[in-house]
Write a protein that binds this ligand. Structure first.
Ligand code: UT7
Length: 331
């Protein structure tokens, strides 16, 4: 079997223009900027327009053009699209194939959507690595793009303050230099399904008028339960990939954690003994954008020069499912 190394060729991100601050939310629900900031680290989030085309595939289109430019490649160089999202453009067809058309790709590249919630981008990254490593694909686009604003009850202060819309992408390909994905891990614990779910609208409970009138069709989360499992799992997976790569925590230059809550990120960093100035945090600007948080934070830190070629970077994510995963790479 072929054994190619996998490299990050380019990154990109795109967020909607509309900013909704905590102070804006004070006008519609019983909350305040201080509570939200102290409990979550969030100051504001971006929200998509529902009229005029600002849907997950549109955000992904703009972000992908940036990644292609960074990689000096053309859309037809992509031979697989993995689109991680819990808020796809529509049920059918998958959003990866919608993006393929928007990009003008004519090579009939494989298109797959990944439903792994907040861990979706890390799932996509590790799957892209497996495809590239074995020679089954040469250049894989991994997208995390979400429009969570559509799935949130904006009258429920326990949940609506947390989430936002956005997209981040990474383009992966064969490495001929020092850059490489060094270790991966993926997992899930299905027994925690009721901690974060959206049961209405699927095959088991099709959406009815009553569900809408009773506001039962939105995402439901048990925040405290999620919080506890998140910190434990993030720290465990980080240690696993570092050990699997034959490295130690002091070798890691940058941690890119899923941005669900600043306190989760801080607790995980403490458990790992990694100083916060090596952890990329942007939750203050975007809130929790599910599958998009890791690639957006990664892109920002690459674009502003914090992350440099040759440095060791750790992706670490956790979400509904309860899915989880980590990637250790030399950028
Ligand atoms: O992406 C992966 C999934 N997401 C996560 O893993 C998120 C994990 N969980 C969390 O981030 C936190 O649990 C939350 C931010 C959701 C909640 O923080 P908390 O410190 O666990 O607060 P709490 O739910 O225990 O609520 C404390 C109090 C309650 O009042 P009482 O019962 O103590 O009187 C809430 O009613 O704060 C109240 N509260 C609010 N007050 C102002 C809840 N939401 C709000 C709000 N504004 N938005």
């Amino acid at each position: 079997m072929s054994q190619y190394k996998t490299k990050v060729l380019g990154t990109g991100m795109c967020v909607p223009e509309r900013v909704v601050t905590n102070v804006d939310l004070e006008k519609t629900i019983e909350t305040n900027d201080q509570w939200i900031y102290e409990r979550t680290g969030i100051r504001e989030r971006r929200i998509c327009k529902t009229i005029g085309g600002e849907f997950p595939s549109d955000l992904a289109y703009s972000a992908t053009l940036q990644a292609l430019e960074a990689a000096n490649m053309q859309p037809n160089d992509i031979d697989m699209i993995l689109f991680a999202s819990v808020t796809p453009d529509m049920k059918l067809p998958n959003t990866a194939s919608i993006l393929q058309t928007k990009l003008g790709i004519e090579n009939q590249c494989a298109c797959l959507d990944i439903a792994a919630a907040c861990s979706g981008f890390v799932y996509g990254t590790n799957m892209a690595h497996a495809m590239i490593q074995t020679g089954m694909a040469k250049t894989v686009l991994v997208v995390g793009s979400e429009m969570l604003s559509q799935e949130i009850d904006w009258t429920d202060r326990r949940i609506c303050i947390l989430f936002g819309d956005g997209c981040g992408v990474a383009l992966y390909g064969r490495s001929e230099d020092n850059s490489a994905i060094l270790a991966t891990c993926l997992g899930a614990d299905g027994t925690g399904k009721e901690f974060f779910q959206q049961p209405v609208g699927g095959a088991v409970t099709p959406l009815t008028k009553e569900h809408i009138l009773n506001r039962e069709h939105f995402m439901q989360m048990k925040g405290t339960e999620m919080f506890k499992v998140a910190t434990r799992t993030l720290a465990k997976n980080a240690k696993k990939v570092i050990a699997d790569a034959g490295m130690s925590l002091s070798d890691v230059d940058w941690v890119i954690p899923h941005q669900a809550n600043y306190r989760i990120i801080e607790t995980t960093a403490k458990l790992l003994g990694i100083p916060m100035d090596q952890v990329v945090v942007n939750i203050d600007k975007y809130g929790n954008t599910s599958a998009a948080t890791v690639p957006m934070a990664f892109h920002e830190a690459v674009a502003d020069g914090r992350i440099k070629r040759g440095q060791i970077v750790l992706f670490d994510a956790f979400g509904a499912g309860l899915t989880h995963g980590a990637t250790l790479l030399r950028y």
